[in-house]
Structures are given as structure tokens and as C-alpha cells.
Ligand binder design. Structure first.
Ligand code: AMP
Ligand code: MN
Ligand code: MN
Ligand code: MN
Length: 281
């Protein structure tokens, strides 16, 4: 069975695998339509595309990116799909977002130094391919030195919103992210709506904001969701008139977020790929 997966990460952001290893793993798990969606980064795309062509692999790659935005004090993720890789609006936005990431990482480092983690920024930088550590790289550093037992604990104790090394970041707005994706020829998808720790009332407020910003789709199927979550998100897609996307949010090969485990989209929603000329589901 061939399947669709429109959300995944390589080591160009906080994923563990190279673009080649990611593509080979996706093929092994019968993914036939894959979007690589690194955080604020599109460097893996031409490399992955070359791997597919060169090795004649049975998989279609969709250009993707996951843009961090700032909304009402929350970090909200907007996935862009099928944009033109050379589009200037997207490239310019990503330069700004990377600058935000550098400034934020330095501040996180300073806050961790206050907790006596000397040179936290430098250590975390060494774990990031491009030298700009994302929060999972700081988490890995804290695990490596034995300060916490796992990633969850690192986020809970230090990195998540409200914790002592959390840094509010000047990301672009939801409106700007959607606008830039559209100007670059792509479609805008609200990523994992149930993973922002928002009450039902706030989720609806977020969906309204995304609708007014002309967002196209929301992620309905994800790996770590219950059947009730899936149904709830499908209902939101119908209620607000959004197309529906699905993606594993693959970061590394672990039991809860591997390729090939996604449920199919409920039949009452319209897939975001409905007019892409593909047969996978
Ligand atoms: P950043 O882009 O630096 O803000 O890091 C966000 C990434 O951290 C997300 O894409 C997830 O991969 C990871 N993440 C966020 N919250 C948690 C959490 N509570 N536990 C583990 N990983 C998390
Ligand atoms: Mn991530
Ligand atoms: Mn995300
Ligand atoms: Mn993601």
C-alpha cells in the first residue's frame, strides 16, 4: 500500500537522519508521497530530490518547510507545501527566521549558564549540523551531561513555555507565514493543532485566525493522536472549511513516530493533495 506523509524532519533541523537516510527509510515503509518539512530550513530538499532521481526510488518528494510563528504568546507551527524552491519571499523569510534562531539559542545558553551549565550554547551548537541549536539540541546536551533523564524532562524543567530557559522569540506572524507561502506558490497548513496546550476555546480562536489569514489546510492525522483526536480535527476541518493533511512529524526512528503508521484520513474531509494528481492515501 502506498501512503502519504506530509511532515518529516532531517538533520538540517532537529531530525536525526540525513536526507538520504530519511528517504530510504520512507521508501522502506511504503511512503510514496513525502514532504520534508524542516524547521525554518529547506536545505534538505535538493539533496533528497537528487537521491530519489539518482537511485530511481519509488517516492515523490514534496517541497516542505515548518515555519515557527508567534501568536498570542504561543509558538505556532505553519507547514508550507509545494512552494517553488527558488521563490524569493520564502528564502528571505527563512533568513530572518534563522537570525531569530541564533539570537534565541544564545539567550537560552545564557539562561542555562545561570543554572550553572557552563558553555551550554557551545555544547548544544556542536549537536546541530548548521551550528544553530534548536531546543531539542539543548535537551540532548542536558541528557548527555546527566542533568535530565530524557527529552521530556529537559523540556519540562528548562525549555518549554514558562520554564526557566524558555525564550520568547520574535518569529514572524501567522499572517506573514501564510502570505509568504502563497507568494512562493505553496499551500499553508496549520501543524498539529492539538499540540499547543490550548483549551478548546483557544484552539477555535487559532483556527479562526488561520482562516482569516487564508490558511488552506490543517493537519488532521498525526502519529500520537487518539481516534477521538482524529475525529475532532476532521470536524474542525469541515467546520472551518480547511483541507486536511496528514504527517508523522518523523524526527528519528522511534516507536511512536515512525513512517508507515498513520491512519487514513476520515472520508468526510478533502485531502490537501486532492488536486495534485496522485493516487496515494
Ligand atoms: P524549536 O524549533 O527550537 O522551538 O524546537 C521545537 C521542537 O522541539 C519541536 O519541533 C519538537 O521536535 C520538540 N519539542 C517541543 N516540545 C517538546 C516536548 N515537550 N518534548 C519533546 N520534544 C519537544
Ligand atoms: Mn522538531
Ligand atoms: Mn511542529
Ligand atoms: Mn515538525
Amino acid at each position: 500500500m502506498s501512503s502519504v506523509d506530509l511532515h518529516s524532519h532531517t538533520y538540517y533541523s532537529d531530525g536525526a537522519l540525513s536526507p538520504e537516510a530519511l528517504i530510504l527509510r520512507a521508501v522502506e515503509h511504503h511512503v510514496s508521497l513525502l514532504a520534508i518539512t524542516d524547521h525554518d530550513n529547506i536545505e534538505a530538499l535538493p539533496i533528497a530530490s537528487e537521491v530519489i532521481t539518482h537511485q530511481k526510488l519509488p517516492i515523490e518528494l514534496i517541497n516542505g518547510v515548518e515555519i515557527s510563528t508567534q501568536w498570542e504568546g504561543f509558538d505556532i507551527h505553519i507547514v508550507g507545501l509545494r512552494f517553488d524552491l527558488n521563490a524569493k519571499p520564502l528564502r528571505e523569510l527563512l533568513v530572518k527566521q534563522q537570525q531569530c534562531r541564533i539570537i534565541r539559542a544564545e539567550k537560552i545558553g545564557q539562561l542555562l549558564e545561570k543554572k550553572s551549565f557552563q558553555n551550554a550554547y557551545e555544547h548544544a551548537s556542536q549537536l546541530a549540523l548548521n551550528g544553530i541549536p534548536a531546543r531539542p539540541h539543548f535537551a540532548q546536551y542536558l541528557i548527555n551531561i546527566g542533568a535530565v533523564k530524557d527529552v521530556q524532562a529537559a523540556f519540562r524543567k528548562y525549555l518549554r513555555k514558562g520554564a526557566c530557559a524558555y525564550v520568547k522569540t520574535n518569529w514572524c506572524s501567522i499572517e506573514e507565514a501564510v502570505d509568504v507561502i502563497h507568494k512562493s506558490g505553496g499551500v499553508a497548513v496549520l501543524a498539529h493543532p492539538l499540540r499547543y496546550d490550548l483549551s478548546a476555546k483557544w484552539i477555535k480562536k487559532l483556527l479562526e485566525t488561520f482562516k482569516i489569514a487564508k490558511g488552506d489546510a490543517i493537519e488532521v492525522i498525526q502519529n500520537r493522536q487518539t481516534a477521538d483526536d482524529n475525529k475532532r480535527l476532521a470536524n474542525y476541518a469541515l467546520e472551518y472549511g480547511f483541507l486536511a493533511s496528514k504527517g508523522s512529524d518523523f524526527h528519528s526512528a522511534c516507536a511512536w513516530s515512525d513512517f508507515g503508521k498513520l491512519a487514513i484520513l476520515p472520508e468526510n474531509v478533502v485531502p490537501v493533495w486532492h488536486n495534485w494528481g496522485v493516487t496515494a492515501s
